[in-house]
Design a binder for this molecule. Structure first.
Ligand code: C5P
Length: 397
């Protein structure tokens, strides 16, 4: 049985470039993509619902409160069923409303309800594009993972010249197709991610732990799910919301994290991004330990989850990835990461600098049996996207 067609949700905003969205819909359909469209109120000033529904072969969504539309499609389903959401053209006003998280029409409500970040193809007057407010909105949207298909320079319909023309349709089409390929790349894969710190209790109120926001692991789980992997995230205590579409198990101790990781099924890919506490107090004291109990504590090692997951060949994930946080990612850091790779028996180590803790950015070197790959500095989201891309490459998908 062939895979179901990819689905695109095309949102047509109100600008003179809206007529080009008709051609975009036609091109995508010609590639076997199922296109559903939403026409904003202003978009309907430029193209008709009839042209859009004829070219998409589907009814056009227009009204958040239309009973028929809600019962037949529903804005949540419309958003979730799309493998890619693309706003073309995206006006300055639409970008501003997205940046604010508005949900007062069908288009913005779908974007807010989606688990994937959309692509936007802005088109507007050059002064509007250069306006500080628009710049700030675009920067904010990019930081949230929205893919911005930069507008082109040239003559504008309004008679002015500058940057603001809708990007070439070839470019928009290829960005949408790339997004569609990515969206199902790991379909059928089971993936496991550990993230956050663990806490090892000393008494009823005190614990030993590591500083870790958990952000990198959450971004990785989000990116794996975004590529359609069935993703389980085993997380220590963090203050992040579970990523959409990810089965998240909250744990406290290293032992609980290990137990959760060993729960079937064995994943095809496991990524251990957790900052597991290396030691735990040998004894747990119920209640509150007296200060007079002294300052020495007997500690023992916690189970090494990464090493356990890497054990053996059969019944083990096909690809096990660990992290090594080192004081510097130069030659000495690489050497230590390589020692860790051997000691733990995992397949890849992502070496990163200690400064990444508590930051939204990370600088990574991938260390594997094949050598080293320097990834450079990027947001934790970028690192996650790159890792998922490499995982796809490893499995040849
Ligand atoms: O030995 P070290 O803590 O530097 O190794 C880091 C890597 O090992 C990380 O991938 C971390 O998630 C994993 N780890 C683990 N269980 C432990 C200690 C570390 O999974 N008890």
């Amino acid at each position: 049985m062939s895979a179901p067609a990819h689905r695109v949700l095309l949102i047509v905003g109100g600008g003179i470039a809206a007529y080009k969205s008709l051609d975009l819909a036609r091109r995508l359909r010609a590639r076997g993509v199922e296109v559903r469209a939403i026409l904003t109120k202003n978009g309907a000033e430029f193209v008709t619902p009839l042209s859009l529904s004829t070219l998409t072969g589907n009814p056009v969504g227009r009204d958040l409160f239309s009973l028929t539309e809600e019962s037949e499609i529903g804005h949540i389903r419309l958003a979730r069923e799309a493998d890619c959401i693309v706003v073309a053209p995206a006006t300055a006003d639409f970008l501003a409303r997205m940046a604010q998280g508005r949900a007062d029409d069908l288009a913005t409500a779908c974007i807010l309800a989606a688990s994937r970040a959309p692509l936007v193809a802005p088109a507007m007057n050059p002064m509007m594009w250069l306006n500080e407010a628009t710049r700030a909105n675009v920067a904010l949207l990019k930081s949230r993972g929205v893919g911005v298909i930069e507008p082109d320079a040239g003559d504008m319909a309004c008679g002015e010249e500058g940057v603001g023309r809708l990007a070439d349709l070839d470019e928009i089409e290829s960005r949408v197709m790339a997004e569609l390929r990515r969206s199902r790349r790991l379909s059928g894969f089971d993936a496991l991610v550990t993230s956050g710190p663990t806490r090892e209790r000393l008494d009823s109120v005190r614990y030993v732990s590591n500083g870790s926001s958990g952000l990198q692991g959450y971004e990785i789980a989000h990116a794996l799910a975004g590529a359609s992997a069935r993703t389980r995230l085993v997380s220590g205590p963090v203050s992040l919301s579970p990523p959409a579409g990810v089965e998240t198990t909250s744990v406290t101790t290293a032992q609980e994290m290990l137990d959760a990781c060993l729960t079937p099924p064995v994943p095809r890919v496991a990524v251990c991004a957790a900052a597991v506490s290396d030691w735990r107090p040998r004894d747990f004291v119920a209640g509150k330990m007296e200060k007079s109990a002294g300052l020495s504590l007997e500690m023992e090692q916690t189970p090494d989850i990464l090493a356990r997951l890497s054990e053996g060949r059969a019944g083990r994930p096909e690809l096990v990835v660990g992290f090594a946080v080192e004081d510097g990612i130069g030659a000495a850091g690489v050497r230590r990461a390589r020692e860790k790779l051997t000691a733990k028996g995992c397949d890849w180590i992502l070496l990163n600098d200690i400064s990444a803790a508590g930051s939204d950015e990370n600088e990574v070197v991938l260390v594997s049996g094949d050598g080293e790959e320097v990834w450079g500095r990027g947001s934790k989201r970028d690192v996650a996207a790159r890792l998922v891309d490499r995982v796809g490459g490893y499995f040849g998908v």
